[in-house]
Design a protein around this ligand. Structure first.
Ligand code: COA
Length: 711
């Protein structure tokens, strides 16, 4: 196997070949050459076609191996049936990267040929973008190697897209909205190069300030998470993922041939990675444009300045939705803004300068907020009045925006009105000034900026819990698998808990009525008694379980009752004995799950037990590995979290012991490849300092090797 070439040369190729370059202007192979030539690519171009000829002043060569040059990128635009000879020719010519435009592979079930291309390329030291893509654009070398629009604005937003058609549409949209791009890459079927590879490169490039990804399905989720966690510490990453609704998920799966993971898991993991998840393409582009120009805020104190009370209230609601913190030192605001609020206005945030406000008043209020060191960001709203002409409003906003940029303080505008306002918005948008037609757009941009700035550097270290005895757990798993089972029996589950340092209820198995009494006395009352029999699966249904047993007399009765019930319901059942189990004190019930997700590998789930999980589906997810602080965030994320803090005079629960239990289960699933699921349900949580107790644990196994679930 040859060494992989540096992906840098995909973005900064010194030479490019177009295989399937055609003299026919209607062919994709023609448009590709035309786009490359017309954008003014700075390197050498080699159109290739066995027929020869000429295209846009470039001689078409018939065989790539005949030229004496190193080819960094070969764009392949020949039909699927001609792909093999084309790829072989590229390998023979020492090409470093293939950009395979051709469709007709994995997306229609033709995986074999797609895999051949990826494998052959790897063996011959080539990396593959695609297949099934529209190509890529790189501002660095003025390279438009796509068959999309010719007009691509140069700038600092990089777009990675799995959908070709949407990617082409985004080129058009960004040009209209005056959003500049540093790169756009169509990843298609991701047979080799995927989002993680591209992120690793783009995050290092200073000319890319923000990365936008459109994702339909993820294949190597664990690696993507690793790369995203690092990337979002450096620059904002906005993600649009389709497949939020159930129908959408099915459409995405059939479109790309890759499985779209459950949206809830995806959403939680993206949040864990610090990604900004947009609901729509428009929202994503607005964020990108705003974030690529906005200065970093020094804090989160925001004021709303408005000439209309109603839109001020709407903006207040939007602030709550997008987590924008309104500055509420009313005395300070009164001192600062009293002069500009006229008699009917308000100095309480929103600062309402009223409909009477003149251009000077508006400028004055914006200047006060800009110079005030306690204010970190401004949402400036304006409803059209007869007091300002379109020209005046444009000038006021333009000047104020420039002053805010110079002061390093973020500001965003939302304007409401008719024709005059539209004129102002269009003028300002062309100058890349963030003006919107609604408070929600403006506020969501501001919220996104704060959210990115809050991204903490690093966090605490991710470690496994070294007290978990992995060797002992592996042995328990070996024994169960040797017994032909893909699950652990109750007593094996208890041994696993012990090896992890977790406490379950005390228990013992009685094979006679006298030993039942001895065991119960040893455990301490009250206890529960359960029949032990492989032939009785639903123990409660046959009267094989009795609760609340408080003394010796009750044990004697219960033993006989259980035997009688089981024999009358299942006369042929072999009864191995009766299990006596400590009756766990009631507490707050929580569920902790560890499982292997098809896309993201080992993940954790947490929720409160009973109706909270069953009816409300109030659970949170995280990908592993996790730091303890991330586990705390995961616990806080459920809506019923206040119940753990103690409501109506109850004490706070032992949250730290929940953290430890999640941490231990995470350590087990990460290190014991053959365990596919562990679920503690319920874990009884007591008041702070009183610990937790595992009431029941369910463990599922698989003989498949680690990684097989994660192809
Ligand atoms: N080396 C070089 N050129 C070759 C070749 C080879 N091994 N085999 C064929 N060609 C030439 C053909 O002669 C033709 O040139 P010509 O016009 O001078 O005759 C050119 O390559 C293209 O081949 P053609 O058979 O005309 O195919 P096409 O242009 O109709 O379609 C694709 C080719 C790649 C565009 C088409 O197969 C395809 O996949 N289209 C979908 C692309 C797409 O949508 N991608 C995803 C976007 S998101």
């Amino acid at each position: 196997m040859m060494e992989k070439p540096d992906i840098k040369h995909l973005f900064e190729p010194r030479s490019i070949a177009v295989i399937g370059a055609s003299e026919n202007p209607g062919k994709i192979g023609h448009v590709l050459v035309q786009n490359i030539v017309e954008m003014g690519y700075t390197g050498r171009i080699y159109p290739v076609n066995p027929k020869g000829g000429e295209i846009l002043g470039h001689k078409i060569i018939t065989d790539l191996t005949a030229i004496d040059d190193e080819i960094d990128v070969a764009i392949i635009a020949v039909p699927a049936r001609a792909i093999v000879p084309a790829v072989r020719m590229c390998a023979a010519a020492g090409v470093k990267h293939l950009s395979v435009i051709t469709s007709g592979f994995g997306e229609i079930g033709n995986l074999e040929e797609e895999r051949w291309v990826a494998t052959f390329a790897r063996e011959n030291g080539m990396r593959v973008l695609g297949p099934n893509i529209f190509g890529h654009y790189s501002a660095r070398v003025s390279l438009n190697a796509t068959f999309g629009p010719k007009d691509i604005r140069k700038g600092n937003v990089a777009i990675i897209t799995q959908s070709g058609a949407l990617g082409i549409a985004m080129i058009g949209k960004t040009a209209v909205q005056n959003i500049g791009l540093s790169a756009i890459i169509s990843v298609g079927n991701k047979s080799d190069i995927d989002e993680a590879d591209l992120l690793e490169y783009l995050v290092e490039q200073d000319d890319t300030k923000i990365i936008l990804m459109y994702i339909e399905g993820i294949q190597k989720g664990e690696r993507l998470v690793e790369v995203l966690i690092e990337a979002t510490k450096v620059k904002p990453v906005v993600v649009i993922k389709s497949g939020r609704s159930k129908r959408g998920a099915i459409a995405a799966a059939s479109h790309t041939g890759s499985l779209a993971g459950s949206d809830k898991i995806f959403d939680a993991i993206m949040r864990q990675c610090g990604v900004l998840r947009a609901e729509s393409v428009d929202e994503a582009l607005e964020w990108c444009n705003f974030l690529s120009h906005a200065p970093a805020p020094q804090g989160e104190n925001t004021v709303i300045i408005t000439n209309g009370g109603g839109v001020g209230v709407l903006a207040t609601d939007a602030c709550e939705k997008y987590d924008v913190k309104l500055f509420d030192d009313s005395q300070h605001l009164k001192n600062q803004f009293e002069l500009v609020t006229h008699g009917f206005g308000s100095t309480k945030n929103p600062i309402d300068i009223t409909g009477e406000a003149s251009a000077d008043d508006y400028v004055h209020a914006l200047n006060v907020a800009r110079e005030d060191e306690l204010i970190n960001g401004v949402l400036a709203l304006y409803c059209e009045t007869a007091l300002m002409t379109a020209g005046e409003l444009t000038r006021v906003i333009e000047d104020s925006y420039t002053n805010y940029q110079q002061a390093g303080k973020p500001v965003v505008f939302a304007l409401f009105g008719g024709e005059k306002t539209e004129l102002v918005i269009n003028n300002l948008t062309q100058k890349n000034i963030p003006v919107y037609r609604d408070v929600y757009n403006a506020t969501s941009c501001m919220g996104t900026l704060y959210s990115f700035s809050k991204q903490k550097e690093g966090g605490d270290k991710v470690l496994d819990d070294s007290t978990v005895d992995i060797a002992a757990i592996d042995k328990i798993v070996d024994d169960a698998l040797a017994d032909g089972r893909e699950f652990l029996l109750a007593n094996e589950g208890e041994l696993l808990l012990k090896a992890a340092g977790l406490t379950g209820p005390k228990n013992g198995i009685a094979r006679s009525i006298t030993s039942a009494v001895d065991i119960a006395e040893e455990i301490g009352y009250p206890v529960v008694m359960k029949v032990v029999s492989r032939d009785i699966l639903h123990k409660s249904d046959v009267g094989g379980v009795l609760l609340d047993l408080d003394n010796k007399a009750e044990i004697l009765d219960a033993y006989q009752t259980i035997m009688h019930n089981c024999k009358s319901h299942k006369p042929n059942a072999v009864i191995d004995g009766v299990e006596i189990v400590e009756q766990v004190k009631p507490g707050t019930e929580v569920i902790i799950g560890a499982m292997r997700d098809k896309v993201f590998g080992p993940i954790m789930m947490f929720g409160l037990g009973g109706i909270y999980v069953e009816v409300m589906k109030d659970v949170s997810f995280r990908a592993l590995p996790l730091s303890r602080s991330e586990v705390r965030t995961m616990i806080k994320e459920i809506r019923s979290y206040p119940l753990l803090l103690g409501v109506r005079g109850e004490a706070r629960k032992d949250i730290e012991q929940i953290v430890e239990t999640i941490f231990k289960l995470g350590t087990i699933i990460r290190n014991c490849a053959r365990i596919t699921d562990i679920e503690i349900n319920p874990l009884m949580v007591y008041d702070e300092g009183q610990g937790v107790k595992t009431v029941d644990v369910r463990v599922l196994l698989s003989t498949a090797e680690k990684g097989e679930n994660n192809a």
